[in-house]
Ligand binder design. Structure first.
Ligand SMILES: [Zn+2]
Length: 201
């Protein structure tokens, strides 16, 4: 697909992934089955603790189980991207340890430093992910922004929202501060005369 794009073709790519690895059902062989079916990204947890370990929303807040350690090692060895968007902080740290500081993905999240919500991972853990070369996708819905009306911004200006979704976190770059600065700049910026035309009625 990248070479087709380089040749000028305007094509859209898609990535097949799981949100939570409950489907493994405690069997490592199911990673092979998912891989054979085309899955190249696997989220470890969703809203509940599972056989791999603790969810960010779960009751235990524990890290990886023995099965979870074996599973992430296998995923890492197969170059499956590991998504910790809903994993507990302990699970994130255990996953970094189990993969030898492998590059993880946080496909959709917010930052505790910007919005102290239980839905968001701490900036310190985010820094560990980025120091290992990970990629963080930042969402702008109310639960992760503490309701700073970014949902409204996105509905009114899909192009800007698309740009913001593509922000990748880099080592030493504090996104919490970036969000506040961007918010302040927008609040003090002169009105954009074309804004009204872009917004939906
Ligand atoms: Zn999710």
């Amino acid at each position: 697909m990248l070479s087709q794009r380089a040749d000028g073709e305007r094509i859209v790519g898609a990535l097949l992934g799981t949100e939570g690895s409950h489907a493994l059902d405690g069997e490592l062989e199911n990673i092979d089955r998912l891989y054979a079916a085309g899955f190249r990204m696997m989220g470890l947890q969703h809203f509940f603790d599972n056989r791999l370990g603790g969810s960010l929303h779960g009751e235990s807040q524990t890290g990886l189980t023995r099965f979870g350690i074996d599973a992430v090692k296998k995923m890492h060895a197969m170059d499956v991207m590991i998504d910790v968007a809903h994993s507990s902080e302990a699970t994130v740290r255990d996953t970094l340890a189990a993969t030898g500081n492998g590059a993880l993905i946080v496909s959709h999240t917010g930052f505790q430093g910007h919005c102290p919500s239980p839905r968001n991972i701490s900036d310190e853990t985010m820094a560990l992910i980025t120091q290992a070369g990970g990629l963080i996708g930042v969402g702008f819905w109310a639960d992760v922004t503490c309701g700073e009306e970014r949902d409204r911004d996105c509905r009114g200006d899909p192009l800007r929202c698309e740009t913001l979704w593509r922000v990748a976190y880099r080592p030493g770059f504090r996104l919490g501060r970036f969000c506040h600065d961007a918010h302040r700049r927008r609040a003090t910026a002169p009105p954009d005369p074309s804004a009204g035309r872009r917004r939906a009625p």
